[in-house]
Design a protein around this ligand. Structure first.
Ligand code: GLC
Length: 472
């Protein structure tokens, strides 16, 4: 079985969110189970130089983008045993940041077309092209419309994974002929609610649609979570399933992680407290061993639950606890945390930005990890926190529901609240803080967390089953 994993980002070449972690880890896990899997992604100018130095130039071709033909350099690299193809075009990918440009639709239409065009030149004809999010949503459509008469492409199947249904790739109708190069008669395929919607087209055209947790697969069939796509998903329900992500347990390993102040593990957890003390110092907080330290590592946007946090934050601070926050996002939340840190310097520390090294220090040094998302397709941070012995407080939604069980239940590994309600969240915080004061119970919870396996093994098996069903 041969899989080509098409993604707009993958660890360690280019990262902006959870997709990069998944694209870095799943192909590796598939290969470990002897499934051929290669990755194809854009060659952004931001790819680290040392990785660029290890790339091999294969050839260059031109790729149609409607009436244009654009240069496409094909580079190959190997990382952790996985082969990566990096698609070069400096006009499209020599930019600041991965996304957010006026012509993103054209950039990723080019990339999607390139994924199909390079096949004869890379000597790899996949059985399945596994596409991810709107940036690669046109692959199933192009395959269906432009390549189905070509023997090389005839038997290729497609899987489309939704990592976050909020970002659908919505554009104006001029895209259809000018960028996608589709005949006018195909407009209905990409049209949804008076605009072009690339994710909708992929849901219709792909042979299978997956999302990143079983709960989210159910949630996106409802108007509350679907961002308008539930009617499309409902009629394609027979193709839809949810497979929870894992984390890369080699990349995230408290025993070897160089970002930590001191390493620790399930069999020798003692040094976790050293990480807490040093994190407190690093963040400018007093080194109090007995005050529970709550960590937050997140984009600071509404759907991650920060309106709840903001609403009861000062109530929370009435208890003897500390909060360390890392993240950037909406001005509203950034200024709020700045102000809180200024007003309560002994209790609150805030660092803006996306700083992977500090994120790991927080995962390892905190006692409790707060993640009250309004919606969360899967979420990786709660699993990374567990891996570092830090107990999550989460809302019961999406992958948070599938990975965290409340301590009041069998196999409990965290604190879960049901409704998107600030006081319900606060109640979970009190429960966590209460249990923290019972040293023995907390240690048992921490030791259990350190021994949980949230790696890719089981989920890679589920993908393999899905691939096999699709090919049979
Ligand atoms: C997106 C989702 C997140 C998920 C990640 C990887 O970033 O918001 O919940 O964990 O993709 O699938």
């Amino acid at each position: 079985m041969k899989i080509l994993y098409a993604t707009s980002e993958a660890y360690p070449y280019a990262m902006s969110g959870g997709l990069a972690d998944v694209a870095g880890a799943l192909p590796k896990a598939l290969r470990r189970r002897l499934v051929g899997c290669r990755v194809v992604m854009p060659l952004y100018s931001s790819v680290p130089e040392e990785l660029k130095a290890d790339m091999k130039f294969i050839t260059s071709i031109t790729v149609p983008v409607s009436w244009r033909r654009q240069y496409c350099g094909i580079f190959e690299a190997k990382y952790n045993g996985v082969i990566y193809y990096l698609i070069d075009n400096q006009y499209y990918f020599k930019r600041e940041g991965l996304y957010g440009h006026y012509d993103d639709a054209e950039r990723f239409a080019f990339f999607s077309r390139a994924v199909l065009e390079i096949l004869p030149y890379i000597d790899y004809t996949p059985d399945i092209i596994h596409c991810n999010d709107w940036q690669t949503a046109m692959i199933p459509v192009f395959l269906d419309r432009f390549y189905c008469h070509d023997l090389r492409y005839l038997n290729i199947k497609t899987v489309f994974t939704i990592h976050n249904i909020q970002y659908q790739g919505k554009y104006g109708f001029e895209l259809v002929s000018d960028v996608l190069g589709l005949p006018e008669a195909d407009t209905p395929l990409v049209e949804y609610e008076d605009c072009v919607n690339l994710m909708k087209a992929a849901i219709e055209c792909a042979h299978r649609v997956t999302t990143v947790s079983p709960t989210y697969a159910y949630e996106i069939l409802t108007p509350e979570y679907s961002h308008g796509l539930h009617p499309i998903l409902e009629r394609n329900k027979h193709k839809l399933c949810g497979i929870v992500n894992g984390i890369d347990t080699v990349v995230y390993d408290p025993e070897t992680d160089k970002a930590l102040f001191e390493n620790f593990s399930a069999s020798a957890p003692e040094n976790k407290v050293v990480n807490k003390a040093k994190l407190q110092e690093y963040m400018g907080l007093p080194q109090k061993a007995d005050a529970p330290l709550i960590g937050i590592v997140s984009r600071l946007v509404g759907h991650k639950g920060f309106d709840l946090v903001k609403c009861v934050f000062e109530d929370m601070l009435k208890a003897d606890l500390q909060v360390a926050i890392l993240g950037s996002g909406d001005w509203e939340f950034e200024t709020f945390f700045y102000e809180m840190a200024k007003r309560y310097p002994d209790k609150v520390a805030f660092k803006p930005g996306f700083i992977p090294d500090l994120a790991r220090k927080i995962y390892a040094g905190a006692d409790i990890f707060l993640m009250p998302s309004k919606s969360e397709p899967c979420g990786l941070a709660q699993m990374i926190a567990l891996r570092y012995g830090t107990i999550p407080i989460v809302r019961k939604t999406g992958g948070l529901n599938d990975t965290i069980t409340d301590v009041s239940e069998d196999g409990g590994n965290g604190f879960v609240f049901q409704n998107y309600n600030a006081h319900e969240m606060l109640d979970s915080v009190w429960r966590a803080v209460g249990l923290y004061s019972d040293k023995e119970a907390w240690q048992a919870l921490r030791d259990n967390a350190l021994s949980i396996d949230n790696g890719w093994n089981i989920s890679a098996g589920r993908y393999i089953k899905l691939y096999k069903e699709l090919l049979s």
